[in-house]
Design a protein around this ligand. Structure first.
Ligand code: PEP
Length: 254
């Protein structure tokens, strides 16, 4: 059975004091619970402080993005080894905001995944279709392409370190979630694609999170679906009570 994994993407939000306060509340609220894997993804500049606060906990800390390059003249970029240095174990790759606002292609995402794995970081690869793609009946085609180009030349051993987050773009930050059935159907398709591309063991092991307007009110229904192994939470992860409620909902399925 796959352990549920709830991750909070703090995006470009919070002050340093707010981020530290939120991390402390999560530390207190999660004490002694390890039924669910929990991770937070603060802004780069808050990573060190958040890592320090959560260092005695089981909470994973990750960055929201990273460079595909090792080091050198890449002004403004952050490498995988820098993320390891400050205590990160995880990294989000290919979030839809990176794909759409910063034009990250599947090929860039593939290079970033390889760089993350080389640095022993566990990536969460985000995939998902836009509203017009869903309306045109292209959800499977889009997601399959994101997986086949994004995972190009990765071995099953490497892929086993990944989490995939299915995040329909139309559901991110819109208050409009996929229905549990809609989400479960795409998750099952992702798992089938992984089985075809790799093998049954890899497909069964990989965790597939749902993301897109998950909150304390709708989490239980989504997380109760057989193919949904957790959630990538944006807005609701900024409020400790909401986020902890979502973690408790996930624990009820572990
Ligand atoms: C996200 O940014 O990954 C996300 C799912 O955001 P929200 O929960 O706010 O829709």
């Amino acid at each position: 059975m796959r352990k549920q994994f709830i991750a909070g993407n703090w995006k470009m939000n919070l002050t340093l004091e707010d981020a530290k306060g939120l991390a402390r509340k999560l530390y207190d609220g999660l004490k002694g619970s390890d039924k669910v894997d929990v991770g937070v993804f603060p802004s780069f500049v808050f990573l060190k402080e958040v890592c320090d606060i959560l260092s005695n906990s089981k909470v994973f800390i990750g960055a929201q993005n990273m460079s595909m390059e090792k080091s050198g003249a890449f002004t403004g970029e952050i490498s995988g080894s820098m993320l390891r240095d400050v205590g990160c174990t995880h990294v989000l790759i290919g979030h839809s905001e990176r794909r759409t606002i910063y034009q990250e292609t599947n090929s860039i995402i593939n290079s970033k995944l390889k760089a993350a794995l080389l640095n022993d970081l566990s990536p969460i690869l985000c995939v998902g279709e836009k509203q017009e793609e869903r309306d045109a009946g292209k959800t499977r085609e889009v997601v399959k392409n994101q997986l086949s180009e994004g995972l190009l030349n990765l071995t099953s051993e490497q892929v086993k370190r990944l989490t995939i987050a299915y995040e329909p773009v139309w559901a991110i930050g819109t208050g409009k979630t996929a229905t549990p059935e809609q989400a479960n159907e795409v998750h099952a398709f992702i798992r089938d694609t992984m089985r075809d591309k790799y093998d049954d063991d890899t497909a069964q092991r990989i965790r597939i999170q749902y993301g897109g307007s998950v909150n304390a009110e709708n989490a239980k229904q989504l997380l109760g679906q057989p193919e949904i192994d957790g959630a990538l939470v944006g807005g609701a992860s900024l409020d400790s009570n909401s986020f902890l409620d979502i973690v408790s909902d996930a624990a009820s399925f572990s």
